[in-house]
Design a protein around this ligand. Structure first.
Ligand code: NAP
Length: 256
């Protein structure tokens, strides 16, 4: 069964019931849709968000659709909320199988690198890189202990160094240097964690959802959240013979 086959998802689906997933920034946009799709597969989903009431509302919506959904406050800038979440996952849920590092910001669209304020660069890295890193470290002991560890980092083709350097890239006109550098750094962490974990069953991959209609992607984006959630959900539920240390869009490799 190849990593691009649909049947892999079905095999995984059968064995996914009772698995536990944590999704960051899951109150809206792609994070919410990914949570919904994981919940629909019978996975217990912990919706995390920096706003407690938004996390609760999102979990209630999924519960209303018959899913096993829970909520927790997690601000990826705030190490305390990360530690509390990790402890809660251990004590109340008995561990964690799937982590989707989805929380992300883009606050420098159309700014040339020479005009970029270092504060924006720092803030972007704080969320998109250090946040994902800290959450990963905090829950990794549980993911390692799982018989099915999967980590998905929400990246972007805008962070592909190969595409940034290619005049013929479809994204050549896009400039958002802090965002792009942060996703390139997140990609590097993806490969580094995958390397550390390569002799375990844990798979660590980066997902580009494509250009999706969310607050971040804007109304002009061609893809719906349902379409954008496909690749991250596929990576979160990969069968045991699926890839690790890769970067994928539409279930196909993206050049680094
Ligand atoms: N949309 C696209 O076209 C596109 C393309 C490529 C990659 N992506 C990636 O996909 C991911 C989701 O993006 P989206 O399009 O769904 O954007 P979105 O609708 O703007 O959602 C972003 C999410 O991240 C959360 N977040 C931001 N800072 C946070 C923090 N400090 N702690 C916890 N959560 C935080 C937001 O929470 P609040 O509601 O509290 O702000 C929100 O839930 C991002 O990593 C993004 O880079 C998106």
């Amino acid at each position: 069964m190849g990593p691009h086959s649909g049947s892999g998802e079905q095999v995984a689906e059968l064995s996914l019931k009772g698995m536990k997933a944590l999704v960051t920034g899951a109150n809206r946009g792609l994070g919410f849709e990914i949570s919904r799709r994981l919940g629909a597969l019978g996975i217990t989903v912990v919706i995390s968000a920096r706003s407690g009431h938004e996390a609760r509302d999102a979990a209630e919506r999924l519960k209303g659709e018959g899913m096993d959904a829970h909520s927790v406050i997690l601000d990826v800038h705030d190490g305390k909320t990360i530690d509390v979440t990790a402890r809660m996952l251990g004590s109340e849920f008995g561990g964690l199988d799937i982590l989707v590092n989805n929380a992300g910001i883009m606050i420098d669209a159309r700014v040339q690198p020479s005009e970029l304020d270092v504060g924006r660069l720092r803030e972007t890295f704080e969320t998109n890189v250090f946040g994902a890193f800290q959450v990963t470290r905090a829950v990794l002991p549980m993911i390692r202990a799982s018989r099915f560890g999967r980590i998905v980092n929400m990246s972007s083709s805008l962070g592909s160094l190969a595409m940034i350097g290619d005049r013929n890239s479809p994204y050549d006109a896009v400039v958002s240097p802090a965002y792009q550098a942060s996703k390139a750094a997140l990609n590097a962490l993806t490969v580094l964690f995958a390397k550390e974990l390569r002799d375990t069953g844990v798979k660590v991959n980066a997902a580009c959802p494509g250009w999706v209609r969310t607050a971040l992607g804007s109304e002009r984006a061609p893809l719906s959240v349902e379409e954008g959630a496909d690749t991250p959900v596929w990576l979160a539920t990969l069968p045991d013979d699926g890839p690790t240390g890769g970067f994928f869009n539409q279930r196909r490799p993206v050049p680094w």
